[in-house]
Ligand binder design. Structure first.
Ligand SMILES: Cc1ncc(COP(=O)(O)O)c(C=O)c1O
Length: 387
């Protein structure tokens, strides 16, 4: 097969060094043309799965994609509105402001922050950059599916390590899963369980990972709990760690797109290789800066979500409905039937719940919505469980 002309010789050499062969090159050429945000999964795409079950009515409660019904905070809305009026310009200054603000908040040099429109894109890039046919991806089970789908696309193996009994990551099993691991993916708190992996366990993974392996720590849900410790100190210590952050969850900006990869500049440089970075959406950048500057925002929203979640848990306990205690804006609920069936039964009451994972096939993931939305969820759940 002729090698596609779009792959430069240095890129081909790099891919060969990483264990890819000529047959893989066409796929890489397609990937590099399309960009890493395209062919894989994110919550939005995975939530579309419910279309296979039934169309979500417009007036349904949407608890299927870990979105935040609060939306952007007032300061973010104000900044976004102001920037829209200047939208005829490229507005690079918004991206620089985002990098500087993020760096200041995290106590890191600006060189350690790479902005993205959300965190799906850098998540995919990290898998493309550091896994290969000879360097597998290690993930938790059940865990977020996006890294494994990126690995599958380039022919890298994924090894799934079961969560421990308390639904935290199993540090020893993850570091021992393969001596050639390319990426160990730790989602903290974990999607879909909403459970936390303790600092000492994350530290253990970083200290004991195979040589050359990058620990990819997805902190999409970190703002929802004080029980999980951000891994920023490992970046400051120049470890082989990349942290992913997004403004899609607590900050309520999933449709506006802002996120970042945080890591050593040489690791971030590797992420730049896949499809270029392009221009960031000024609206997302402006909203993120305003959100970061709103000092009380994280604690306030964390409490709002925790209060609603704990009320729901107390109610489910009283009703004898099983669930996995969570620290985030999602909770796995035992529907006592296969997940797809549960989704179908709930949608009949105009409540869209999330998917199930094969490790816990009877549990569906439910996003914590507003109080009113959760009241509708409870009514529907009660009827479905009684039927
Ligand atoms: C664990 C995890 N990581 C990353 C993402 C990506 O989100 P986004 O691309 O909106 O930042 C999601 C989305 O739901 C997620 O659950």
């Amino acid at each position: 097969m002729r090698e596609p002309f779009t792959l430069r010789a240095d890129r081909r050499a790099e891919l060969r060094d990483r264990g890819f062969n000529r047959r893989d090159f066409a796929r890489w050429a397609a990937l590099l043309t399309a960009g890493p945000s395209l062919p894989f999964y994110n919550e939005a795409a995975l939530a579309q799965d419910i279309r296979a079950i039934g169309t979500i009515p417009a007036d349904a409660v949407k608890l299927n994609a870990n979105e935040n019904p609060m939306g952007p905070c007032p300061a973010a809305i104000e900044s976004i509105t102001a920037v829209v009026r200047r939208g005829g310009r490229y507005l690079f200054d918004q991206t620089y402001a985002f990098i500087d603000t993020m760096a200041e908040v995290e106590g890191l040099p600006a060189s350690h922050i790479l902005p993205f429109p959300g965190s799906s894109d850098p998540l995919h890039r990290a898998v493309l950059a550091f896994t290969s046919p000879t360097r597998p991806l290690i993930t938790a089970n059940p865990g977020y599916e996006a890294p494994a789908s990126a690995a599958r696309f380039i022919g890298a193996k994924t090894i799934q390590v079961p969560l421990r009994k308390d639904y935290s990551h199993d540090p020893k099993a993850m570091v021992e899963a393969d001596p050639n691991a390319g990426v160990i993916y730790v989602c903290n708190p974990n999607n879909p369980t909403g459970t936390v992996t303790r600092k000492e366990d994350v530290d253990y993974i970083i200290a004991n990972k195979p040589k050359g392996c990058v620990v990819l720590i997805d902190e999409a849900y970190i703002h929802f709990t004080t029980a999980a410790t951000p891994a920023i100190d490992h970046v400051a210590a120049e470890k082989d760690v990349i942290i992913l952050r997004t403004f899609s969850k607590l900050y309520g900006m999933a449709g506006l797109r802002a996120g970042a990869a945080i890591g050593r500049p040489d690791l971030l440089e590797k992420l730049r290789n896949y499809g270029g970075l392009g221009i960031m959406p000024a609206t997302g950048m402006a909203g993120a800066v305003a959100s970061l500057k709103d000092k009380g925002l994280v604690a306030d929203r964390r409490k709002v979500v925790a209060d609603i979640r704990e009320d729901l848990c107390a109610w489910m306990q009283k009703k004898g409905i099983g669930f996995i205690p969570s620290e985030a804006n999602m909770i796995l609920v035992d529907g006592k039937r296969p997940g797809r069936q549960m989704s179908r039964d709930m949608i009949a009451y105009k409540v869209a719940v999330g998917r199930a994972w094969s490790a816990l096939p009877n549990h569906v993931r439910v996003t914590i919505g507003t109080r009113d939305e959760m009241a509708r969820f409870r009514t529907a759940l009660e009827r479905v469980m009684e039927a």
